[in-house]
Structures are given as structure tokens and as C-alpha cells.
Write a protein that binds this ligand. Sequence first.
Ligand SMILES: Cc1ncc(COP(=O)(O)O)c(C=O)c1O
Length: 378
Amino acid sequence: MAYKIPFNKPGLAGDELRYVQEAIQDGHISGDGRFTKKCESLLEQTLGVPRVLLTTSCTHALEMAALLLDIQPGDEVIVPSFTFVSTVNAFVLRGARPVFVDIRPDTLNMDEGRLEELIGPQTKAIVPVHYAGVACEMDEILRIAERHGVQIVEDNAHGLFAQYNGKYTGTLGALGTQSFHETKNFMCGEGGALLINDPALLERALVLREKGTNRNRFFRGQVDKYTWVDVGSSYVPSDLLAAFLYGQLEARDRIQCARQRIWNKYRQSLGEWAERHGVRLPIVPQGCDQSYHMFYLLMPSLEERQGLIAHLKDRDILSVFHYVPLHLSEMGIAWAGGAADCPVTVDVSDRLLRLPFYNDLSEKEQCDVVDAILSFYR
Ligand SMILES: Cc1ncc(COP(=O)(O)O)c(C=O)c1O
């Protein structure tokens, strides 16, 4: 069913269609063409990352990360229970056991204070997810990881161009992953990127991404033919998608400006109402420059959350809940043994509601959403 005001709406921000046409005219629409390289260097330069590789999704970037860290059956990986399934599945695919950590009640990010009790001899990696593009407590997470010789993979699906104490999220661990799915700030339908912050991981990443071949070395003239040298898969996106994405990335200032305006308007228009009714709005700690990816409400109860979804639906507005605790899912219980203790995740999952948020959300549409919310408790 189509809503008058949907939760998300993909749109154009600049020259996406012209670039798609150029890619076709160039005669190169498979992977690693001109636009793939343009996106990668734009991201490398803006974020100050040694190497960025576009991938077919953030899910696939996470899968590459698990392969690059050589995750094996029996290894353990610490992940929040409050996340998308891919954060965990990428490591479970390699046979690792997920160890679920609860989230902080303020930012809904992994609770760094609970990490050390979960680290054991089998722990290979910690995967912080910067929820809603607000950074995790990375100083402490990095300190803990270093103390225990554990790698960090940042799932930065929500957080492109967010910062933590002046540094871009996704650039702080050995690897970072991005999503360009249609629900993200910058989109190409389905797409992602792997930020390779540890240059020692680059050569193998190029092989894994090219079906386990040394095709990339061949094109660099370093071998005279290319062949099968490792495991791998097809993680390179079409240049058609990269062309679309380049149009979006070029318009990043305009996109982020529009999203900041939308976020601030929700915050200003709903602040007093939220306080009056015990509704919690997003918290952005000092030192965090968020990505303006999402605006959520933490309603006082599950009943009120469901009530507000229905109230908005009656007014033709789609609002949606978010992650369901992974430690309580069928797979979570089977793989993690059901021992995880994540009360904040369970509570937040019941009460969280995301409001319509997309680059082209008009002032009129946003006023309608706000008015509908303000009439809920009347
Ligand atoms: C935290 C997180 N990680 C990973 C993903 C997967 O992204 P993709 O759809 O690009 O595979 C998502 C999807 O929204 C997500 O929310």
C-alpha cells in the first residue's frame, strides 16, 4: 500500500542519470569502471582513508571483513543484539559464534562498559554499529580491543560522514563498512563499500572481491595473466550503480544540509510534546557529529508505540519500528546459546519508532507528520 507520506522515498540529488548515461556511452557497465574509481577516490579523499572498495552491499562488505580477518569456526565475535542481521550473519557464515552485547540506553550503541566481561580467548573481533549515525564510544572500544589483541570492524551502514571527536566513523577500526541501500542518506538502490584502514589487508581484499583471482594485479601489470589464487566471491558492483552513486556523493553537502534541516525541525517541533508525555528523543553526545540518518521516538510503552503507528497510518503516514533483538531470534539462540543478557535491547526494541525521513521530504509533508504526532495524546 502506498502512503501519502511514506517512511522512505529514493530520489535524485544531482547528475545521477547523466552519469548512468555516460557509463553506457563509455561502453563499460560491469564493475571497476570509471565511476567506481571516482566514487572510491572521492571517499578516500574526503574520509582520509588509505583505500575504499565499492561493494555490492554493506552485507557483502561485512562478509569481506570476516574473510579478511580470517574468522574460523570456533572464533567469537562481539556484536550488539540491537542491529541488522547482516552485522552478525557475515561472521556466522564463517562459523563464528556471535557473543551479544547490550546497548547503552542513551545512544543505543554497544555498551562499551560490558565488553570486557564478554571477551575470552576465542574472541577475534568486536563490531561496533554506529546506530542512527551517532558514533559509539570508540576511544574506550579501541582501548579494550588493543588490550586484548582483538580487531575492530565498524558497521557504519548509517553513518557515512559522521564524526567522533573530529574523526570520521568507519575509519577508526581495521575495517569499516558502508551501505548505499535505498534507505540510506546516499543511495544507488543496493550498494556498499569497504573502508580499508589497515593497508596490510588491501592486497587480499582485492583478490576476495574479484572471485578469488589476482585480476587486479593483472590490470596493474604486476602479473602477465590472472588466475585463481584464493577463495572469493563477486563483490564488485556494476558501474551503472557506481555512476548513480557518484551523482549522489557529489551532492553530499546539499543532501546532508537537507537532512540536518529535517532532523532539527523534528527535534524542535516535538521537544516540548516529548517532555510532556515521557517520550525520549535521540541523544547525540558531545564530540559526536551525527550523519542525520534517522529520527526516532522512544515511546513510553509498546502499546503507545503501536498506538502511534496506527494513529499515523490513519492519516496516511508510514512510521516503522526497527531491529528485533537478535539474541532472542531463532538463529541467535542456536548460535549464541541464548545466554546473552540484553535488557536494554529488549526494552528499546519494543518502544522505538522511526519517523518518515528522506532527502526530498517537503516542509509541508513534515508539518503534516508533526501535526499528526501532536494530536496523538489528545
Ligand atoms: C547496521 C546495518 N548494517 C548492515 C546493513 C546492511 O546493509 P545492506 O542493505 O547495504 O547490505 C544494514 C541495513 O540497513 C544496517 O542497518
